[in-house]
Design a protein around this ligand. Sequence first.
Ligand code: SF4
Length: 485
Amino acid sequence: MLTTHPFDDDKLREECGIFGVSGMEGAAAAVALGLHALQHRGQEAAGITSWDGNQFHTHRAMGHVAGNFDRDDVIRALHGNSACGHVRYSTTGETAIRNVQPLYAELASGGFAVAHNGNISNAMRLRRDLVRRGAIFQSTSDTEVIIHLVATSQYRTLIDRFIDALKQVEGAYSLIVMTPEGMIACRDPLGIRPLVMGKLDDTIVFASETVALDVVGAEYVRDVEPGELVIVKAGGEISSHKPFPQSAARPCIFEYVYFSRPDSIAEDRSVYSVRKAIGAQLATEAPIEADLVVPVPDSGVPAAIGYAQESGIPFELGIIRSHYVGRTFIQPGDKVRHLGVKLKHNANRELIKGKRIVLIDDSIVRGTTSLKIVQMMREAGAAEVHMRIASPPTRHSCFYGVDTPERTKLLAAKLDVGGMTDFIHADSLAFISIDGLYKALGESSRAAQPKYCDACFTGEYPTPLTDQDELAPVDQFALLEERVG
Ligand code: SF4
């Protein structure tokens, strides 16, 4: 049985990373490198589309970037000076090669390739309308809706048709589009998902995160702004357009908590520094007498450093992670399922024995991982195990391109902190407050007009959720409460 590793299975998952290069000989090779740096944003499939001035070339495959794009023959077949690519963990659309991006279509204006990070929250309704009007869909991906909206728009120029399409979609989208005229990079009006722009001599590069610019040696220029379209014409001319009514940006706060790599810069801030500040704030809000601060690797490390520095409790690597276990592995069966945990993470016994431990993790989703880690600490002889979480309780699902279990599976939606403490068998459990999280980002508090999307903590979604409203006239969670009550 091929299954997801149990430690990774209990995380929210960012589902996509995108990367584009305009104006570089052999652009596809640079895109493969960029996608490699974005692999943490999606491990199920990867694809690259290139444009050689006459035609488009595409290679899409299930699996990791390495293994699919480390072959010379594959890269050499992706001719051209422009290319864009995508890594994917599916959220909308089943896992199948037809959903692997970039998606491509021949429109009246010529070829149109699109790589999308995010999720369109009214895709089902739009799709239904398009199908009624005769559209034939090739995939189950929400991204294909954009292609059909462009194809059927009544506007004359491609850019006007594209803007017309985007004005009809709700939700989160960072897009890199390739057409024979050039490359377009854009973000939804709230900028929920990230997208940055870089430069390498005369080459323009777009990426979900700055780490992907670093890997190709490109210099970070700026973020693509919420609601902005940046057009890079085939000749290199760049223009910026803001066709949407101005609205206050609401980028995803979870990028700082977990999704982005710590060596990325988001909105001019080091993700690593923000995570350390979150840990320091957590130490102020939820102090505890203990002997060691131990991070749950790797995502808990920067916050644990911040917690240790603020509290004065020594930081130690009490859990060691094997770097040779992939995200998925062959699991022999339920009976030995727990062995998988120790395959990837193991307690540093001599360090843990007899000590009072503060474990730091970024979040609790279902709680199954936290339970196993606390158990691992106890088996290693810890005298006390206190869990501190570098985000507020995750009580709501995300509909903006992040894989979250349905609400009924979120531990914090079912139990209060006391119940969660019992569930994971910890001596104590505490989360950073929502105001504390904003403080770590330099704000004084969350405020009435929050600067970020924080809906998975607060339930306040910054856009309409048309499909969800139509799909779920009855609150699933209320139903569950009825059943257990
Ligand atoms: S709901 Fe949570 S994970 Fe989703 S975009 Fe908002 S902050 Fe990010």
